[in-house]
Every structure is written in structure tokens, then in C-alpha cells.
Design a binder for this molecule. Structure first.
Ligand SMILES: *Cc1c(COP(=O)(O)O)cnc(C)c1O
Length: 281
């Protein structure tokens, strides 16, 4: 789960007396066994932040609804263009408009939408909390939306070219991108999603933080950046230390890459610099 979501659950929700339990991303219909009499919400995010596991959202939604719980989903990765949460049983769909909708890394905005059964409750909460977006931010996101479709097509094409290429590179143990046939959740992704965006991770073939940092320090085009979804390529070290589930043993350190709108060959050359530096570290 996106780290600030976990943080919100572990701090503010906890103080408000809300119990939170984390589930494995491959839980599917098995979520039924985790649902308790006081369970109100199943909060999903697919693919997962940083490790990109895909969840069986229709199966989770079916089990949750049968137990009287609602389903929320953070759909930031796919955007509504590549996954339509409400069509797959989700009640409340959440997006960081900061990412692809804005597209230029210069605005912070989020969106929440709901189906008919949750709408009144959502609208009432929105009014009560008084969380209004600033008009300039909204203007910038409305402008970004005009080109989001073509930007995403470009992100998708470049990212797939780089991800497939990375699978054959020395020093890379695994590429964590659900649109690759090698990904364990590829079939699930193919069933429910109509496209893929520009962010995924790689696992280096051995090493630790030293190799991870050497890779990042050698990059000249990729910037270091925790956000994503803009025009520029970014890389970050992935840290999974706070996870309680999905702590899969990986062959080496993880690096998350956001592929921007730059030339693919230039980006490959930059990644090669990183891999060479990691191997030499
Ligand atoms: C970035 C991100 C968000 C929220 O981002 P803001 O920068 O606060 O708009 C939410 N979910 C996911 C999965 C994200 O990557």
C-alpha cells in the first residue's frame, strides 16, 4: 500500500478507534476469511505501490459486499483510462490527480468519486471536512486532462520498450511490471486493465544499499523524485521495511522507475550507466 495511506491508517485512524488489518495482495476471494463483524471498508490499491502486484478486484468486491463492507480503491497507477474501478465493483475510487491528470509535476490535487450508494455519504463528508481545491490547481489539472490520453500512450509505449529490454540486461534479476508476460499477475492485469502506465520497479541481481545508491548516483537523465506521472523520468530507491505482508524475498535491492516523455534510447543509455555503476560498486 502507498506509504502515506499506511501512515494515515496507523496514526489517525488508530486514534479514532478504527482497527486496521493488512492483507496480502493475492488474497482475492480469500478476503472473506479476514472480514470481521465490525469491518466497514476494504481499501484496495492495484497494482501495489513499488512492487506492482495486481489484485483480483472483482473477487474482493464480491466478498466485501456479501459481508456488508464497501470497497475503496486507489487507482492512481492506471488512471480511469486503463482501469474503471466502479465497473469492477469498487464503490469509491481515489486518484492522485497530482500524477498523470496534472502531468507536469507542478500541482497537488486528489479526486474521489463514488457510485450511487456511497455518493451521499461521500458528499456529506466532503462538505463537513471543507476540503476545497484551489481554483488554480483545478485549472491546471483540467488543462492536463486534455493531453492525458496521448501522454499516457507515450508513457505506456516507452515504458514497455524499456521494461522488455531490462529483462535481458545483465545485473537485473526481475522486472516488476504487470504488463510483462513474466509477471506473476499478468493474466489478472490482462483480464481487467486496458493499458499500463509509466511506473514499475526493477530488482538488481544481488547487492544491497551500496549497489542501489551507486545505480542512482550514476543516472544523468533520470531525476531523483518521490512523485511521478509527469513528463520527466524519475528513479527512487524502494524500501519495504515497514511492510507486514508481501515482503517477498527479492534477489537484490529494488529501484522504482518512472518513464517520462524523453527519448527511449537516451533513457536506456542512462539506465545502462546505472547498471554498470551498480556492478562495479
Ligand atoms: C502519489 C500517490 C498518491 C497521492 O499523491 P499526492 O502527491 O498526495 O497527490 C496516492 N496514491 C498513490 C498510489 C500514489 O502513488
Amino acid at each position: 500500500v502507498y506509504h502515506p495511506t499506511r501512515n494515515f491508517a496507523d496514526t489517525m485512524l488508530k486514534r479514532l478507534g478504527v482497527e486496521v488489518e493488512y492483507y496480502a495482495p493475492d488474497v482475492g476471494a480469500g478476503i472473506a476469511a479476514l472480514i470481521k463483524p465490525n469491518t466497514k471498508v476494504v481499501f484496495t490499491e492495484s497494482p501495489a505501490s513499488n512492487t506492482f502486484e495486481v489484485q483480483d478486484i472483482p473477487a474482493i468486491a464480491k466478498a466485501a459486499h456479501a459481508a456488508g463492507a464497501i470497497v475503496m480503491m486507489d487507482n492512481t497507477w492506471a488512471t480511469p483510462l486503463y482501469f474503471r474501478p466502479l465497473d469492477h465493483g469498487v464503490d469509491i475510487s481515489i486518484h492522485a490527480a497530482t500524477k498523470y491528470p496534472a502531468g507536469h509535476s507542478d500541482v497537488l490535487l486528489g479526486t474521489v468519486s463514488a457510485n450511487e450508494s456511497c455518493w451521499t455519504h461521500l458528499y456529506e463528508s466532503f462538505c463537513t471536512l471543507g476540503c476545497c481545491a484551489g481554483p488554480d490547481d483545478v485549472y491546471q489539472v483540467l488543462r492536463g486532462l486534455r493531453s492525458m490520453g496521448v501522454r499516457l500512450e507515450h508513457h505506456q509505449r516507452s515504458t514497455l520498450a524499456i521494461a522488455f529490454w531490462l529483462e535481458g540486461q545483465k545485473g537485473v534479476a526481475r522486472v516488476l511490471h504487470p504488463a510483462l508476460p513474466s509477471h506473476p499477475d499478468h493474466a489478472l492485469w490482462k483480464r481487467d486493465f486496458s493499458g499500463s502506465s509509466g511506473i514499475f520497479s526493477i530488482v538488481l541481481a544481488g547487492g544491497g544499499q551500496k549497489q542501489q545508491h551507486a545505480f542512482l548516483d550514476a543516472l544523468r537523465i533520470f531525476g531523483l523524485g518521490y512523485s511521478w506521472g509527469g513528463y520527466e523520468s524519475l528513479a527512487v530507491p524502494v524500501w519495504l521495511g515497514d511492510r507486514v505482508v508481501a515482503k517477498a524475498p527479492y534477489e537484490g535491492p529494488l529501484i522504482r522507475l518512472q518513464i517520462g516523455l524523453e527519448d527511449v534510447d537516451d533513457l536506456k543509455a542512462d539506465i545502462s550507466r546505472g547498471l554498470t555503476a551498480a556492478a562495479a560498486a
